[in-house]
Design a protein around this ligand. Structure first.
Ligand code: ADA
Ligand code: CA
Ligand code: CA
Ligand code: CA
Length: 204
């Protein structure tokens, strides 16, 4: 337990926007204005099927802020070559919520995710993920490095409130990957670190 109280994302919905194809943000900032983005069936059905599309793709250091992802989270939000998410809510996480698809560092701040089946954050390429002020309620894992991959990943999480996970917070198959959890509140979570080498995954 910690003294920090995570508040997560803070948008109250200002309206609804349909999303029929991935919105690509190549650099700069996209402000969603706290609208609720609702994926059509063209993105996917929010199941565990792997062929679904993302709502947004942030590219080359772009920032995406003030967005609510509506029911049917499809494949969430993707990062290509780094970027930032700020004030994002996943009301009903789909296949997963956020994925690093191409190498780069990402910052995730002021985020809230609910009702996931498997992963919240999926990392499929190199980089450091920094997460601050987050709430996750319901998933199997907070974070997963892509299964069977052995490149080094880094994830640092602080100021989060993580509850109701079926497996654990961090999972990797890489002997070089590292993870840290600080100043966070964890409830109904079986374990913190899965698959990490000795000393590579810490919780304080
Ligand atoms: C699973 C799947 C990968 C990839 C990943 C993802 O781990 O085995 O191939 O699709 O999910 O990015 O969602
Ligand atoms: Ca997946
Ligand atoms: Ca869900
Ligand atoms: Ca996925």
């Amino acid at each position: 337990s910690a003294t920090f109280a995570a508040t997560g994302a803070s948008c109250k919905s200002t309206g609804s926007v349909p999303v029929a194809e991935t919105i690509k943000i190549d650099g700069g900032t996209y402000d969603g204005g706290c609208k609720t983005f609702n994926g059509t069936s063209a993105l996917g059905d929010g199941s565990q099927g792997e062929a679904q599309k993302a709502y947004f793709r942030i590219m080359n250091g772009a920032t995406l802020k003030n967005v609510i992802i509506g029911k049917n989270g499809a494949d969430g939000i993707h990062s290509w070559y780094g970027g930032t998410l700020d004030n994002i809510t996943w009301t009903d996480i789909g296949e997963d919520a956020f994925s690093v698809k191409k190498a780069g560092n990402v910052t995730l701040k002021n985020i809230t995710g609910k009702a996931g089946e498997d992963k919240f954050i999926q990392q499929n390429a190199e980089g450091t993920i920094t997460v601050t002020n987050c709430i996750l309620d319901g998933a199997a894992k907070f974070y997963r490095q892509n299964g069977g991959k052995t490149f080094k990943t880094t994830i640092n999480v602080s100021g989060c409130d993580i509850s109701n996970l079926k497996e654990g917070v961090f999972r990797t198959d890489s002997p070089t990957s590292v993870a840290s959890l600080k100043n966070s509140r964890i409830r109904n979570v079986p374990t913190i670190c899965i698959g990490y080498a000795a000393g590579k995954c810490t919780s304080s």
